[in-house]
Ligand binder design. Sequence first.
Ligand SMILES: *Cc1c(COP(=O)(O)O)cnc(C)c1O
Length: 222
Amino acid sequence: MIENNVKNLLKNLTLTNPFGERVTLVAAVKLQSPDDINAAIAAGITDIGDNHVQEFRDKFDEIRGEPKRHFIGRLQTNKVKYLVEKVDLYHSVDRLNLAQVLSEKSEKAEVISNVLLQINIGNEESKGGFSLDEIDAAYAIIRALPAIKVTGLMAMLPDTDDKKLLSSLAEKMRQKYDYFRERDENFTHLSMGMSGDYELCISAGSNMIRLGTAIFGNRNYK
Ligand SMILES: *Cc1c(COP(=O)(O)O)cnc(C)c1O
């Protein structure tokens, strides 16, 4: 099943968005077994994204094929030390304090960490991220940190069937992304889109999607 899902996704994914950019598919691997993750990689997945530091560490040595590693979950500052040097892109930098700690730990390890700034585009209580009002000031501070490179934005859209609302929020994200991209050549990623809304997100200009269910089926939360 996983193999077919990956092959169909890679085949059907409009490999460019309306802006002519390639769309990167990141497999969201939370709660998946190393065997299933490795099956997805064998079928063509090149990028995998974790939510939980403990799971990331537990499975680290069992992952085959050297995929690019993304961290997509909410990150506590006291766990940053377990990820530095191992993660290629942090999607979920949602507060200044986290960026500061990540920069400190990266500096000590003599690496530069690539990050996306998370925007809470639906202004939802349950989600992390900067508001559109805060993002310019946050960007200015985080960009100035010595061991951080800001390479784009990330968002999770609200869980709703209102396609019009979702499209308008996704388009707002693309506008903000373009605003930064015109001023900062490091901006290359707009990470937006999950199994339920990725087509709409690509149409609005996302160039990086994070899919779990569409690859692995429904998660078993037991
Ligand atoms: C779980 C998760 C996804 C994938 O969700 P699906 O709906 O299963 O595709 C994407 N992004 C983040 C941040 C996640 O936690």
